[in-house]
Unconditional design. Structure first.
Length: 125
């Protein structure tokens, strides 16, 4: 089945530098993204309910974005977390790019909705 690139935006009420810390630090990622996150150079290990997934940090822009390639994705797929600042209102949004099987877009959104709720609690937003 074909995979679909999916982008989802979420408002986040905190400074970009703080949000970036929650996107790049294993301790902070463990508060909202996965149950446990470990970093070994550019190699990362993500643990969700005992399921361990290996990934690599392939791109990082300070206070702007991170991009991970996960072992469960195909070669051209990734997870990108991008901080977007509205030029007029200064409101912060987290733009998530992820991939899923065609027809599973709503399930992916629900998964991210749950993670972003935890992120909001973690940053106090």
């Amino acid at each position: 089945m074909a995979t679909v690139k999916t982008q989802i935006e979420y408002p986040v009420r905190c400074k970009p530098a703080l949000l970036y810390t929650y996107l790049t630090d294993p301790v902070f990622l463990s508060q909202w993204f996965a149950d446990k996150v470990e970093q070994h150079g550019d190699s990362w290990t993500f643990n969700w309910n005992g399921e361990v997934v290996e990934g690599r940090l392939v791109e990082k822009k300070i206070n702007a974005s991170v991009k991970f390639e996960m072992d469960y994705h195909d070669d051209e797929e990734y997870i990108q977390l991008q901080i977007v600042v509205d030029a007029i209102t200064d409101e912060i949004e987290l733009l998530i790019t992820d991939f899923c099987e065609q027809g599973e877009e709503e399930d992916l959104k629900l998964l991210w909705d749950t993670s972003i709720q935890r992120l909001h609690r973690a940053v106090g937003a």
